[in-house]
Design a protein around this ligand. Structure first.
Ligand code: ADP
Ligand code: MG
Length: 330
């Protein structure tokens, strides 16, 4: 099977239109063409995942496709952008049709779920590597940046944190990622299956990101760990913050699995792709209850630089201080 046959068979079908969207020329030409409505800004981001570095060797191709697109789409959520389309640069060691079939299947499910249409890409031979560029739209000037947090703003996070980080314990018996521990999500899930599912199938908070537009002063998606990612907001905004450990939201499953260590997972491990945002207190007070119930207030932005946890400085400048860096083990 040649390169063009491969693209035609496995990737062109993903470009089929599901509903109205802004891609006016899709895969098959020299470039894709996206129409940007007047009054909107195009928001875009690229992510690359390398086998053995960003995902385990022999990782299931359908899960890989989902995770890759989810991680990319999560950056759109953090900016408050509405997803439109994506391009995929795929480097494959060989043409393995069963692998491609499963990969394209997972990619199609994720694309549909996130509202992203495949607009084009590139296909090459080499060590398994995926690059995804995602595009989204916001009304002009309304993208949520990391730099807008102000002293007095509340710090909020969506959902629960630490689940995907705890999942690594079940994937990492000897310190290396391996392909085991797959689950076919069937309900009810055990606690271990629940956290594994959070790792395998992250759900970027796209709707919440869009809802935060015009409300949040700053936002970021939690990919590296709450403290590290919140610190990126503080640095970009030239402010500090105080956060309460007791307010960090953890899932019942994580609490049962890890007991009092659950909050450490929530503070230090990434991969959940929840949102962390800052909002003026009055904005929060007047926000729709349906939005507020998706978030937890964990702290407050202050003019004094640094990030304080229960009064103790844990991040200062771009460095963590006073911590043993958490490595995913309780
Ligand atoms: P060119 O040589 O002009 O750069 P390519 O041969 O790289 O074009 O690609 C031919 C067409 O196939 C382009 O429209 C490109 O967007 C599309 N394409 C290539 N690889 C993929 C892929 N993995 N997924 C979707 N479209 C792809
Ligand atoms: Mg060309």
């Amino acid at each position: 099977m040649g390169e063009f046959e491969l693209i035609r068979q496995y990737f062109m079908p993903l470009a089929r239109l599901h509903g109205p969207h802004s891609v006016v020329v899709g895969p098959g030409d020299d470039c894709a063409v996206q129409r940007v409505p007047s009054g909107f800004d195009l928001v875009f981001s690229i992510d690359t995942l390398v086998e053995g570095v960003h995902f385990p060797r022999n990782y299931r191709p359908d899960y890989l496709a989902w995770r890759t697109l989810a991680v990319a789409a999560s950056d759109l959520a953090a900016m408050g952008a509405e997803p439109t389309c994506f391009t995929l640069a795929l480097t494959l060691p060989e043409v393995n049709e069963p692998w491609l079939w499963d990969f394209a299947g997972g990619l199609g499910k994720a694309a549909e779920s996130f509202g992203l249409v495949l607009a084009g890409g590139d296909t090459t031979r080499g060590p398994l590597t995926l690059s995804v560029q995602v595009h989204g739209l916001v009304e002009q000037g309304s993208a949520i940046c990391r730099s807008g947090a102000k002293p007095g703003d509340l710090v909020v996070v969506s959902g629960t944190l630490g689940d995907a980080g705890a999942a690594l314990d079940y994937l990492l018996p000897d310190g290396s990622l391996e392909a085991g521990s797959y689950i076919e999500p069937r309900h009810p899930l055990t606690d271990e299956q629940y956290v594994l599912e959070r790792y395998h199938h992250p759900r970027p908070r796209l709707k919440l990101g869009e809802a935060l537009r015009h409300l949040a002063t700053a936002a970021i998606d939690v990919s590296d760990g709450l403290l590290a990612d919140l610190n990126h907001i503080l640095e970009a905004s030239s402010v500090g913050a105080s956060v309460e450990r007791a307010h960090i939201p953890v899932s019942p499953a994580l609490a049962r699995l890890k007991g009092s260590a659950a909050t450490d997972y929530a503070l230090h491990s990434g991969d959940d792709y929840e949102l962390c945002a800052t909002l003026a207190e009055a904005t929060w007070a007047n926000a729709p209850p349906s939005l507020k119930q998706q978030f937890t207030v964990i702290g407050v932005v202050e003019s004094t630089p640094g990030l304080r946890l229960d009064g103790t400085t844990v991040m200062s400048g771009s460095d963590a201080v006073g911590f043993d860096h958490f490595r995913g083990k309780a």
